[in-house]
Structures are given as C-alpha cells and as structure tokens.
Design a protein around this ligand. Sequence first.
Ligand code: NAP
Ligand code: SF4
Length: 671
Amino acid sequence: MPYPHLLAPLDLGFTTLKNRVLMGSMHTGLEERGDWARVAEYFAARARGGVGLMVTGGMAPNREGAIFPGAAGLFTAQDIANHRLVTDRVHAEGGKIAMQILHAGRYGYGPDCVAPSAIKSPISPFKPRELDEAGIEKQISDMVTAAIRAREAGYDGVEVMGSEGYFINQFLCSATNQRTDRWGGAYENRMRLPVEIVARVREAVGADFIVIYRLSMIDLVPDGQSLDEVTQLAHAIEAAGASILNTGIGWHEARVPTIATSVPRAGWAWVTRKLMGKVGIPLITSNRINTPEMAEELLAGGAADMVSMARPFLADPDFVAKAASARADEIAPCIACNQACLDHTFQGKLSSCLVNPRACHETELRYDPVAVAKTVAVVGAGPAGLMAALVADQRGHKVTLFEADAQIGGQLNMARVIPGKEEFHGLVAWFQTLLARSGIDLRLNTRATPEALRGFDEVIIATGVLPRDPQIDGQDAPHVLRYTDVLRGKAELGARVVVIGAGGIGFDVAEYLVHQGHSPTEDLALWQREWGVGDPGDHPGGLRPEGPQPEAPARKVTLVQRKAGKPGKGLGKTTGWIHRASLAAKGVQMLGGLEYRRITPEGLVVARDGTEELLAADTVVLCTGQEPLRDLADALNGKGDALHVIGGADVAAELDAKRAIDQGARLAARL
Ligand code: NAP
Ligand code: SF4
C-alpha cells in the first residue's frame, strides 16, 4: 500500500477515522451565502475524495464572538436544518465532518467584540469590551450550546478553536489578559477558560463525539506561552475530555509568516513533535504540508499521529484518493499563494483556488462531457492555455496545443526561479504530467500561423504578454536589462541594482537579486534566523530575543515606482507584508513618487519633487509591466465566434496566474 502511515486508520475508541488526513478548517464564505446545496457539494466532493476527517470553517457561537457581523453560526432551527444538508451528504459519501466553533474575541471585526481585557489588537480597528464574570460564563455556555447544536445537525464532532490569537488564545497570554480575577494572572488562571470549555462541551455532547482542541503550540507574539505552559495546557485539555489535539501556529497578528509559500514545507512540524509522547491522545501537525510524500515522512518520522492540510483540499478534493491509487503526481498542488483563498476572504469574496477554479464553485463551474467533439486549437502553453487545453480535452474535445518555446509554462517559468516561489516548479510539473496523460497533441517549438489554425472548429489564443517598453532615455545601454533576461539567468549583474517598477514582478526580481543562489525557503534553520523564530522551550512564544537576523544581501538593491507612496500596496492582502518585510530586512530601499529622467552609466537619474538626484547603479532592471501579445489574434480577426482570446493576450493589466487559469477553465467549460 502506498503511504502506509498516512493511509492507516486511526481508532478513537468510539469511532475510527479511515486515514490520518484531516482537512483543516478554512473560512470560504460559502456558508454566509445561504446556498446550502452548494456548501453541501463542496464538502461532499472532499468526502468522496477520501479524506479521513474534515473540519468546517469557523462557526460563531454568538453575535459578540463572530469574526465579522453576520458570520455564520448555528443560531436557529433553520441553521441546524441547513447544516444537516451538509452532514447528510458527507455521510452519504462515507466521510466524517466536525464543526469548528470559533470565538474571535478581539479579532471580531465589529464594535460588539469582547475579550479578557479591553486591549485593541494591532490588526483590528475595534477595541473589545472587557468581559465580566457573567459575560465569561455566557461565552462558555454559548460555546457549549454550539457543540450541542452541532451534534443535532449531524456532525461527528467539533473543533474548539484555541489558537491563532482568537478569544481562547487571548486568555492564555498575559499581553492580552491583564485580569486580576480567577481568569487572569497565574497561568493556572489564564488556562481556566479553555479547560472549562472542553470539559463542559464533553459533558454536554457525551462520550461518543469527537472533540478536537486546536492548541496554540507557538504563539509567535511577545509574551507568548512557553513550551512548559503549552504542555501543561495540553495535559489539562486531555484530562478535560478532548479526543484529539490539533496544532495552531502563530497569532494572526504575528510578524512571522506561517503558511505563505515562502515558508519552508512542513516548516512547523518540529513544534508538534515537541509534544509527541507527552500526551495520550492523538496529535495533529499542520502548516505548509502539501504532498502525500511529505505527510507520510512526517508520520513515519514520529512528528505527529495525523496530518492536517487545508488549502491542498481546495486545490484538489481528490488528494487522498489519488495518493491511495498511486496517482499522487496528478494531485493539483497547492502552491500556498493565498491568492484565491485567503486573499479573497479578506476582500469579502468567495474563496476559490488558483489551480482549481472549481473550488467552492462545484455546482456552477462543471467540466461535463460533450455530446459532439470539436477540434480545438490552443495557442500558448502558459497557465491560461494549459488550463483551457486540459479542460477541453477532459470534456472530450480534440485539442492541439501550440507552444513557440521549447517548454510549457510561460510566465510560470519566471516565477519558479524566485527564492520563496519554489512551489511553482510543482505546478509546472503537474501540468506536464496531466498533458502527458491527456489526448492533447502538444506541439512545442511551434509558432502557430493563421494558416496552421485554419480548419479548427475553435481557436483559443493564449499567447501571453510582452514586457512593456517604458521609453526611458538611455534604456538601450548594455547595463539595462529586462526582467526576463535576469530571471532566465542570462545576464551579468552588478553589485548595485536599481529595479524600475515595483509591481509583483519588481518585488520578485528584488527577492531574486538579494538572495541569489540561496533560498531560505529551502533551508529551515536559515529561514528561522531570518524571521527570528526560536524554540518555545527556550523563548516564550517562540521569538528569539535578538529578533530577525537576516543574512547580508547578495547585492544592494533599490526598488522604485512613479506612483506616490510606499511600493507594494497592490500586493496580495495576506502576503504583501511578507514581501515588504523580507526586502526591508535585506536593506532594499523602496522609493515611490519618482519621475524617471534618464539612465546613465552611473545609474538612474530621477526627480523627486522637481529636484534631480542620481540613484547609483551598476545594473538597471526594467520591470515596468506588460502589454498583451496579440498579433496572431489580430491576424485572425475574421474567425468570429470561434476565436477566443484569453489570459495576458486578452488583458495584460493586473494579470496573474489566478485570472489566467480561471479564464481558461471557464472558456473550455463552455465550448
Ligand atoms: P504590474 O503589477 O502592473 O506593475 C508594473 C510596474 O511598472 C508598476 O510598479 C508601475 O508603477 C510600473 N510602470 C507601469 N508602466 C510604466 C511605464 N510606462 N514606465 C515606467 N514604469 C511603469 O506588473 P508586473 O509587476 O509586471 O506584474 C504583472 C502581473 O503579474 C501583476 O499584475 C501581478 O499580479 C502578477 N504577479 C504577481 C505576483 C504575486 O506575488 N502575486 C508576483 C509577480 C507577478 P508606476 O506606474 O507607479 O511606476
Ligand atoms: Fe493553495 Fe493558492 Fe489555491 Fe489557496 S489559491 S488553495 S494557496 S493554490
């Protein structure tokens, strides 16, 4: 059997999980939309794919504990009936599902939020109201009620969210809990709340119901818990009746990345391992685990009893089924970009997935087989063209894919050489695997001409983009490079570099230039030093007192833009701060509000508020955006409805792989 540890059942006494894979909790926004058939299909698809146990997104126990006003919870008989649709579908597919009870505390995005002390979080505009004794009792009792209703709704269990800096976690740390009553002060008092909640939930739901407690094993904030305290809490939670302990890593306000793509794979499993052997109930490890190989290695090596993966189940609902049937290389890889999942959540949009636009859209975007197969030409094997070709092929069309280059991937090949974006290798490899197993006629090194495209029923142009010509005086000098030359490793680079253009690519190129040849993402000890992460056994909260200790940059980099303000405002909501902090730690100067006057052998001459100055540089790199490459589309203009232009060839502005893949998939789903 492949992955013998991962696919081994887990006996909890009163019930058995069919394998060691947990689909971790994610807020997708589905529940708030009220389309319960859609919610049910989302979870049913993942149950069908074989995951051992799933956890829902966080459900509010009451109004004051909601993550935002109107967040979903089990408040009425109708809510219970809606959730029953989900649990029935999951059970019909042979799955198991637990409901997460999430009390946001001071992270609640609304004026009604409550907390142990009236201390505002640095990431929220709302100051919480300090709870009195009766208020605390109400929160506990509402959480117990939520667990009872979860059972009524047919759930197999609940997860009590005790980590990530939410309400319970706020009681545990002295920085957020400054109470002097029996809920504050000594650690025994601060941990009273989670122990009381778990004990009363267990008492209310009976012995044959899964109770997971999500334990903050490393807070990553000043004055966080020590390992001794976390261990003491773990023992007490076990004694209070929890069935499983899940790992939580870092508060949301922590200034250390915990799940982004630049975090080393399985880079936090060592924290869970510290508790192994110290408690009698199963331990789950989590964060940045995205392949069955990695999960198997962790379990075989004794890091945990079970592995939690969340976003990988957006990327591929069939993760477990594919692993179990020796098709692991067909698993759509979660590249940990956050672009279509968490970034959407923070923008109030429904989650999806960059590599799987069907995630959370299962009922609306379908790849149904076609009644009549057409001949389809796709020009360009970048993300848009690849996805269009694969979906068209899957549906039964006869697809020919033309690519002028010697390899597939298009702009993905640029992304994958950036330190911290190594996951893009896996994405290109996945496309390669699927292409090889498809019926697609792939023609590399072939520039499609209008003549070659004659005779196809449908023609899809996905020819991508060209770097924009910024027309700066002096840009033709030999020390001025396009980002494409830099990332293809073709160019000589000086010790001082000015990067013109601070969009996604400018930031990526700056990362490449400061780290060149050595990616912290592939070296856990180095990555931990760069972000100041230490052992919670030595440093409470897991933060080293000396702070981040970045290595010296490979060269001096200046990143500039014309827009006023600090570069990087347009980057992803949940990852932009990481890019900005990482470059700042490498001494990258980031300047906005510049006018470019000319490039000279000495560097870039700019004007700031009308005054000229020289930004000295040996090399200048142009990252000034893209223009659509659509000569072929223009030449084919007469083809009418059978001609489709997608990806960067359609609109280059704000293009990213998410939009390209989504557009390719949606077009091919309609052909
Ligand atoms: P971009 O985000 O549109 O940024 C282009 C940059 O060039 C801007 O900083 C712009 O700033 C500057 N610029 C535009 N026209 C110019 C001109 N005529 N002369 C001088 N400067 C000019 O494009 P990109 O950086 O090439 O990225 C392309 C896409 O790839 C992005 O939309 C992004 O979403 C995606 N991408 C995303 C990531 C990610 O981490 N999510 C990473 C890489 C790429 P000013 O106009 O202020 O000078
Ligand atoms: Fe993973 Fe990115 Fe998809 Fe989110 S959008 S699930 S991070 S690949």
